[in-house]
Design a protein. Structure first.
Length: 249
């Protein structure tokens, strides 16, 4: 496996030192994403093994927030939003490392991840529905409750897990991970094993997204497909973090 020093990058020591800070930032961000993804898997295994039990109506979501607001935020993908934002420095670090090897495709994957994150954040409805839940339980007028529930349904359509509202953001982010893994594979800075972990893991997660969005009646099969994909993606992120931190000095 090549090291960064063998890439014939003609840059001043000061500039290279600045890039190494980018690698370090990406490494720490990757480890944070690893912790977040691990938490997502654990919470999902405990509370969301059967996706059919997740509330499908706004009033059902309000009730979930009222009894367990953390679980309500989780079911509306707030944790995934945090992970997506935290992954941005990782993509930037990977782009920086491959800037002399495969600049166009590395840049494209980084841009795709930025677009996907922007879409995902802008369509997420976790915090708005949480706020509507608080209002729903604070008013006594039934007419106001009806309007709040209607607003909740509109927000739920936009940001429900497995819905079309979040589909594009999820797909962009997952394809960006596959694309960056392909860049890693051809760049040969990272090992082929790490690259294949990212390619296979994120491909399985992409299949999960497609199934839960367009074939919701087989959600349990989708979860079975997603399980190994999540593990591979988790290992991919962990190794990325460790490797990036090795280049900080």
């Amino acid at each position: 496996m090549e090291t960064l020093s063998s890439l014939n990058i003609e840059e001043t020591p000061i500039i290279e030192k600045q890039w190494r800070k980018v690698y370090c930032m990406g490494g720490y961000a990757a480890l944070l994403c690893f912790c977040g993804t691990l938490a997502d898997i654990i919470i999902g295994s405990i509370y969301s093994g059967d996706l059919s039990e997740v509330p499908r109506t706004a009033i059902g979501r309000f009730s979930e927030f009222h009894h367990n607001w953390l679980l309500g935020l989780y079911h509306l993908d707030l944790l995934n939003v945090i992970i997506a934002i935290t992954m941005l420095p990782v993509y930037f670090a990977l782009f920086a490392i491959h800037r002399k090897k495969n600049l166009p495709y590395a840049a494209f994957a980084m841009i795709l991840s930025s677009i996907g994150t922007t879409i995902f954040v802008s369509t997420n409805s976790a915090l708005p529905i949480f706020e509507l839940s608080n209002k729903y339980y604070s008013v006594v007028d039934e007419t106001q409750k009806m309007f709040i529930a209607a607003a909740g349904e509109a927000m739920l359509v936009r940001g429900e897990h497995g819905g079309l509202g979040v589909f594009i953001g999820f797909v962009f982010l997952t394809i960006a991970s596959i694309g960056m893994s392909l860049v890693m594979l051809h760049g040969k800075i990272f090992s082929r094993t790490i690259s294949y972990f990212g390619i296979i893991g994120n491909t399985l997660l992409l299949m999960y997204i497609l199934l839960v969005t367009f074939v919701p009646q087989i959600q349990m099969i989708a979860v079975i497909i997603a399980a190994p994909g999540g593990v591979l993606a988790l290992v991919w992120i962990l190794i990325l973090g460790i490797k990036l931190l090795k280049w900080k000095t």
